[in-house]
Design a protein around this ligand. Structure first.
Ligand code: SF4
Length: 367
């Protein structure tokens, strides 16, 4: 199939692997930022084919994983209110809050619906003027434009019974936070291609220069990832730290100017807490003052909900690349995809779920 098989070609993959092996003379620790890339790397065994010492660290780029527990609890509190239709993408329904998940709230009688676009939620709001319709808007720069456009449309059409529970996060401040950590082992990044297809590459040169790390924009198919790794290793070996683009078929340098304009119109940058990592300054979006009436957190007065994480779960260390999932004592025992303790086991893009699905139980030493 075009665009899939051609980026999984085994002969080309072998050629790229040969080039990576030829280029790597020392150990290097590379972080793939995006959960989709993590899934692809583990699924295809790419990390096991790399030269000894070239290690993939799995970054915080799974939107479900980094959504704070307290935001899930706020979603549960809103969804349980009478007269509310709570709309979400399906992957959020199984994410456990501190007590239950959205499926449990639904089975207790709440009107929780899976939608495939925030615009579907807006349609539901227009069809149900006597109900409050809330869309759970989480994710990175990739999902934010559709949510921004939906709020913009709601305002334009005067749909006052629609609101957005916002938990958007931004990649560049997370890269800065990872590099500022005293325990940081990352020497280079594979940046998330879909994020850059919206935002472009302009935010990355200052990060590459400040932290002296190569940052290579990378796609999601096996050949995309191998090419990203190849470019990164070549830079590291040459002592360079530049921004590269290994995904030019989807990422122009300027990104998507129309989407960026919509984001700038509807959202403003705010501090945001990342599940397992903590608060990262300037790492999220919230609705700009003009659109604040569409903010579900304020409309339903749930700003006072504060929740502690499970003490067993080490997803914060997983998300920062400090341990591999199977090095958590709960992995595969108390914590499985059927009974997840932490969000990195819930989402198929989460590193713990990927390791569980592809039976990565072998021990990898972490220095
Ligand atoms: S295996 Fe489960 S408990 Fe351990 S870090 Fe992963 S999600 Fe948390």
């Amino acid at each position: 199939m075009r665009y899939l098989d051609e980026f999984s070609d085994p002969d080309l993959a072998r050629r790229l692997l040969d080039q990576i092996h030829a280029a790597a003379t020392r150990p290097w620790a590379l972080m793939e930022v995006c959960g989709g890339q993590t899934h692809s790397i583990i699924r295809h065994g790419i990390d096991q084919l790399l030269p000894k010492g070239v290690e993939m660290i799995h970054g915080p780029g799974c939107p479900v994983c980094v959504t704070p527990l307290e935001t899930i609890d706020k979603a549960l509190a809103i969804a349980a209110q009478p007269g509310v239709i709570f709309c979400s993408f399906g992957d959020m329904l199984r994410v456990p809050g501190s007590g239950r998940d959205l499926f449990a709230v639904k089975s207790a009688g709440a009107d929780v619906r899976v939608v495939y676009s925030p615009l579907d939620a807006l349609t539901i709001a227009r069809e149900n003027p006597d109900k409050q319709v809330v869309f759970f808007g989480i994710g990175f720069e990739t999902t934010a434009p559709a949510n921004a456009m939906t709020v913009h449309q709601a305002e334009r059409l005067g749909v006052g019974n629609f609101s957005l529970l916002v938990s958007h996060v931004l990649v560049p401040p997370a890269i800065a936070a990872i590099m500022e950590s005293p325990r940081c082992r990352v020497q280079a990044f594979l940046a998330a291609g879909h994020v850059c297809s919206v935002m472009g590459t302009g935010e990355y040169p200052p990060l590459a220069a400040k932290y002296r790390v190569p940052i290579v924009v990378t796609g999601f198919e096996p050949l995309d990832i191998l090419e990203g790794i190849r470019q990164t290793v070549v830079q590291l070996e040459a002592g360079r730290h530049e921004v590269g683009n290994a995904y030019p078929r989807a990422v122009p340098a300027e990104g998507n100017p129309v989407a960026r304009a919509m984001l700038a119109e509807v959202f403003e940058v705010t501090d945001r807490t990342w599940r397992g990592i903590g608060m990262i300054p300037g790492s999220g979006w919230r609705l700009a003052p003009r659109y604040r009436p569409f903010d579900a957190e304020h409309r339903f007065a749930v700003t006072g909900i504060h929740t502690e994480e499970s003490s067993l779960c080490r997803s914060g260390e997983v998300l920062q690349g400090l341990i591999k999932p199977h090095q958590c004592a709960a992995f595969g025992k108390q914590c499985t995809p059927r009974n997840p303790l932490g969000a990195t086991m819930v989402s198929s893009e989460g590193a713990c779920a990927a390791y569980y699905a592809y039976r990565r139980l072998d021990l990898v030493s972490i220095s």
